[in-house]
Design a protein. Sequence first.
Length: 171
Amino acid sequence: MTEINSLKTAIREADINDVKLIHDLANEIWPLVYSYMISEEQIHYMLQLLYNEEELKNQIIELNHHFILIFVNEKAVGFASWSAFENENEIAKLHKLYLLLSFHKQGLGKLLIEEIYKKTRVAGFNKLRLNVNRENKTLSFYLKEDFTIIQSLDIPLGKFLLNDYIMEKNL
């Protein structure tokens, strides 16, 4: 248990038994956090596609995504996930890093990303890569964390287009 800004926080690895919790967190976080940059229809589509319980199980079991959960006063308030990057021995991919909106700007994102750095270094990776929407306010967070933009990319997803930056950081 860590104390940050008088909040008692804990981070632990998630497993298959936490899928419903991750699903519920995503469904609470996404509509509030993304409403200014993507449509309600796209939010719903992406939640159904990426955060349904079967897909989350698949990410853990088949795709070898490693999830962590962050708790404040024993209440889950966010999660993150990472995996090996496809066909790249030295690069890990940060897939998710989300907090309940009421816990933004309290140092919890920093705790989560530092835990990801530690876990990916221990796993032998030298770089961490992520995609972030070009309109996402968290872009400044990643820039402060010494990520650099290596590419701007538009990715088709169903009838939507993801307008992303690909960012990378040396570990």
